[in-house]
Structures are given as structure tokens and as C-alpha cells.
Ligand binder design. Sequence first.
Ligand code: NDP
Length: 359
Amino acid sequence: IISTMQMTNMDNDHIPKYSVNGEPVLDNFYCEECLYPELHQDGEVIIKTLYLSVDPALRCRMNESTGVDYIGPWEVGKPVSGFGGVGKVVESRNASYTPGDLVETATGWPWKSYYSVVLDEGSDLRKMDTALLGGRITLPLTVLGLIGLTSYLGVMEKGHINQDGNQTMVVSGAAGACGSLAGQIGRLLGCSRVVGICGSEEKCQFLTRDLSFDAAINYKKGDITEELKKSCPNGVDIYFDNVGGDISDTVISQMNPNSHVILCGQIAVYNKDVPYPPPIPTHTETILQKNNITRERFLVLNYQEKFTEAMQQLAQWVLQGQLKYRETIAEGIEKAGEAFVSMMRGGNIGKQLVHVADP
Ligand code: NDP
């Protein structure tokens, strides 16, 4: 998959407009055939891609400056790279890897059907223990990967859940990958009421029927202020914020004194030219200060020393069926760009993935 027009959006006359402001569109990507890779040196392997992870943070790679120091922008006309992927080693000049080994990483996977890479001590690629995963090879891209870690560590580190506190948690972006897990984790850790905000009736049903959220609010329909009041009669104690913008201002206006915002993401402004985290309106800032509400930025990569323990907890929950997850899977590598565009517009329930090939 190639990036065609970095920072590009098409206007009504289909003329490319270069702007940080603008929704990603299908024309930002194209798929082309290329040569199968070759092994050139010792330590190198060829990997066949099986699944790709599609993530909102990739939007910042479409800007000339990503705004963060740990990832660079995509280059126009060059193959794009995402974060997570799962694949199979098909050729190897590396003594530690045998053809057939399944591998995964969350930190950099080219959107190619096959690629070659030198695997050394510094590599982030890990062999997968499929038996441990119960054969579910996408788990490292969902619950047992950065998505699960973000949800769990976000709640643990910034949520301040008090098991006997009768607390109400609200989650925005609730039917997405992180949101759907965060709400369930809030409940598992002791919240007495969990309410989700999302963008469709189908998503609301998924939350209340499949994941046992106490209530779900479709922000595209009705009055969120009134719906929140009804769904959270005792106010909001913990807010897992995936979206920012007006939705978050509304939730914050109903938060209790000494409550906590988990600042996970702000997708409502990813298509806008604002710094991260974006400035919040003065009246929201006043509410935060007056009510002593914490709102600290959370970045999962800052908690790497806690990953092993967190993974153990997540694995126990998911393998025992206490933590449910859903995937929205696009079929074929040529659909990767489309899957990204769709996810940014709310087309996914649970984690958006691309299925590229079977093992
Ligand atoms: P999701 O699976 O939640 O997909 C994105 C969802 O965002 C869409 O399905 C859509 O759902 C919603 N959305 C899109 N635009 C808007 C909008 N304008 N207003 C409200 N909702 C919108 O993605 P992830 O779970 O992967 O990511 C969720 C958030 O977590 C993102 O902000 C991401 O950047 C952040 N994140 C943060 C990490 C960290 O370390 N802090 C690590 C990983 C992710 P709907 O139909 O409900 O609108």
C-alpha cells in the first residue's frame, strides 16, 4: 500500500488540497504490485503478513510533522507502515527463526504482503506462542497487545478506582478497540456503573447487550447532556476519554468533585491542525479546576515496565471469558487504506484489522 498524497484531501471538485485539516480519503492510498523480497544477509528473514492493525494514531503520519518524536511521517509515493502486525516467517537466514514461526509486533509493520527484515537483539518482533493464545492469532493486535495494555494501564494508572467506591465510569469511543475493553476493565476492577458513548444504535446494542455496559448513548442522536444525566444519576467519577471535543466537554460538565479523566486519545481533533493534547475551552478548564478533577495525559509507551504484569492479568481475563472483544476485519491488503478511512469515520466495532493471508 502506497501513500499517494500526504496531507491530502479532495475538495468537491476532486482537486487535491494539501492540508493538515481534512478527513483521510481513499485517494490517499493505492496498492501496487512489487517484487517478492530477497534475503541478502545473515540474520535476515522474509515475513508473510497475515494481519495488519489499523490505528487512529496513523493519521498523524499523514502530516508533514507528526507532532510526536516516536514516529515519522509517511512519505509520498513510498510504501506505508503501520504499528501492529502478525505474520509468518517463510524464509530465514537467522538461526533463531525457522520458516513457519509466527511473529508479531506492535511497533512497526510495513503494509506489504511480504517483506524482509534483519532480526537482531534490538528487534521488536516477537515469536508467538499460538498454544498460549488458544489459536487466536489476532490477540496480540487486540487484547494481548497495545490495545489491551492501553485500556488496562490507562484505567489502572489514571482512573483511581476504589473497589468499594460505588463509582460511575463513562467511556467515549466506547464501541472501539480501546473503549470496549476499558469499560469492561472498569467494571472488573470495581466500578458499579459503566456507561458508553458511541456513534450508532448498533454500537449501543453491542455495548449493553454483548458487553453488559449499564447504558449506552448514541452521540449522533438526541441530547448527550440529558442522556448522560439519566444514565449517570450520581454523576461521573471516572471518564475514559478517547475522543475529546464537545463530547468530552459535556461529560466533564457532569463530573463529580475529585474525579478523574483518563486522557487516552482525542480522535475528534485528529483531522484538525491543533497540537496534542488540544487546548480545551475555558469553561471546561474552570470546571476541572473548581472541582479538582485530574486530567493527565496518558501514553501507554511510558509504562513499559508494567507490561508483563498487565499482560498476565489481561490474558487471564480474556482466556477465562471475562473480557470480551470484537474485531472488524477488512479482507485483503488492497483494502488496508479503505479500512483506515472507514475506522476514522466510525465504521468499526471493536478492533479494526486487515486480514491479508492465512498462515
Ligand atoms: P477505535 O477502535 O476506537 O476507532 C476509532 C473510533 O473513534 C471510531 O470507530 C469512531 O467511533 C470514533 N470517532 C471517530 N471520529 C470521532 C469523532 N469526531 N467524535 C467521536 N468519536 C469519533 O480506535 P482505538 O481504540 O484504536 O483508539 C481509541 C483512542 O485511543 C484514539 O484516540 C487513539 O488515538 C487512542 N490511543 C491512545 C493510546 C495511548 O497510549 N494513549 C494508545 C492507543 C490508542 P464512533 O462510531 O463511536 O464515532
